[in-house]
Design a binder for this molecule. Sequence first.
Ligand SMILES: Cc1cc2nc3c(=O)[nH]c(=O)nc-3n(C[C@H](O)[C@H](O)[C@H](O)COP(=O)(O)OP(=O)(O)OC[C@H]3O[C@@H](n4cnc5c(N)ncnc54)[C@H](O)[C@@H]3O)c2cc1C
Length: 533
Amino acid sequence: MSQTLNGNPEANAERRTPRLDVVGGGLAGCEAAWQAAERGVYVTLYEMRPKRQTPAHATDRLAELVCSNSLGSTRPDRAGGLLQAEMRRMGSLILRAAEESAVPAGGALAVDREAFAAGVTERIASHPRITLVRDEVRTVPAGPAVLATGPLTSDALATDLGALLGADYLYFFDALCPIVEADSIDMSLAFRQSRYDRGQQEEGDYINCPLNEEEFAAFHAALIAAERIELRDFEQDGEGQPFFERCLPIEVLGERGAQALAFGPMRPVGLRDPRTGQRPHAVVQLRQDNIAGSLYNLVGFQTNLKWGAQADVLRMIPGLGDAEFVRLGQMHRNTFVNSPSVLTPHLATRVRDDLFLAGQITGIEGYAGNAASGIVAGANAARRLLGQPVSAPPPETMLGALCHYVTHADGKHFQPMKANFGILPPFAPPVRNKRRRYHAYGERGLATLASWLEASSWNPAGMAIDADPAVQPSHPATSPAQAAKHVPTSDSADTADTADTVDSKMGDGPSASDPTEASPSAIAPVAPAQETA
Ligand SMILES: Cc1cc2nc3c(=O)[nH]c(=O)nc-3n(C[C@H](O)[C@H](O)[C@H](O)COP(=O)(O)OP(=O)(O)OC[C@H]3O[C@@H](n4cnc5c(N)ncnc54)[C@H](O)[C@@H]3O)c2cc1C
């Protein structure tokens, strides 16, 4: 910095205070920069747009939403609503900007995308401790940094990150298999067993859904006829082939013939249905997906079917007729790391404790979850620079559960995950009634967060937000007319069950609204813009 320091208190403070680089001005990077700056650290935030665009972004704004305009359900008894309540209490810039630009969406927090991005850009650009630099960062910064370059991280930086972390730990596309809640699987039709009884658990490591010849034929016909998601140009190579050719979607395999499935992901070898004593004609295997055993993924069932059609086809599988999906299958371009192998629970890299990752690159999915991970990475990067201990919210909170999941999942089969109640620790004894359980998750999450915030001195002065969602007014920036339209109906409350259960990349989880007003002091606009080109 080439400025005269004498007699300028802000410049003198800047000289003495540690500095942090944040790379990527998306949801996670802006949140990380904000959280660090609010803790007194001087931040340089690098965003390569508009100099260099990604294949999906269209503007020069920070925090541009590339697709849906929804940050998910606002209901406190839904995973999305709990996450938003937690973000509010942690002084989230992104949540505040979203609530200020909210549009009526039947109980989901949907935004006017232009107003939202403009609000975030204005607050970042005018923060006295944030310098915004519009340039591509091509190598991992050598000093303290947060990398939040998202699913479309530029090639040069991805290559350098791969060299630092190990190329085997960096991926360039998702091939997500659907995940179901274990207690929605009909175990009178499915059975537990490992192939050739070679599992670790006596009762068998896998849940198997057996299909007879007729069921398999019907499933195969429906699978290949179902509607698919069209790939975008940047998800295909120059010859129109998808990037994920080596990891084929089941519908593409199915198109090559029923046998390709029966000898592939649906092969029944080494399995015997205990009810018939026979080997089934075909089988769908489900593998445990979280330590609690509340989630199971469909092994080898990566797919690009549209979600409505996908759920219909999957529910034809015996045992999955009433399956509740916390995530449906998808395949798309996505740069992300093998977080269980390379990240600590505080989102620092294992190879360098001054280098943090945030956002989609950690394997967290969904706008709100990605922004929230920026709170953890940005605040921890600042705390480390200020000589304070790093920390992360406990796994009983939605944000803590996300950080815990991505850093503790099975690294061999790691796939991205969005906020859902299936990744929270279960209650002991279990709460069987689903509505009561969801409600209890919400209450436990917020109570745990409050104790942790206090015990860890996490929020700096001015950022502690102690709002009770139940008593706060609806979106503060929403006009009275909009607010009137915002009243949830019983229908919308019902559909929220599905919207929050199915992994909605579109993020539209309608539900009862609970938006609250964050402390104005936490996110008040400040001083003049500092932007360098
Ligand atoms: C086509 C597409 C559609 C999507 N639709 C949805 C959806 O509907 N709902 C949903 O929840 N999620 C969706 N996602 C995922 C979505 O990208 C994330 O939820 C969210 O945007 C991730 O936030 P982030 O901050 O990690 O990344 P981003 O929001 O992508 O921000 C990363 C930023 O880093 C910048 N950058 C990249 N490389 C560099 C570099 N080397 N130097 C400087 N800057 C750099 C980029 O320009 C970008 O601004 C979609 C993703 C894609 C690709």
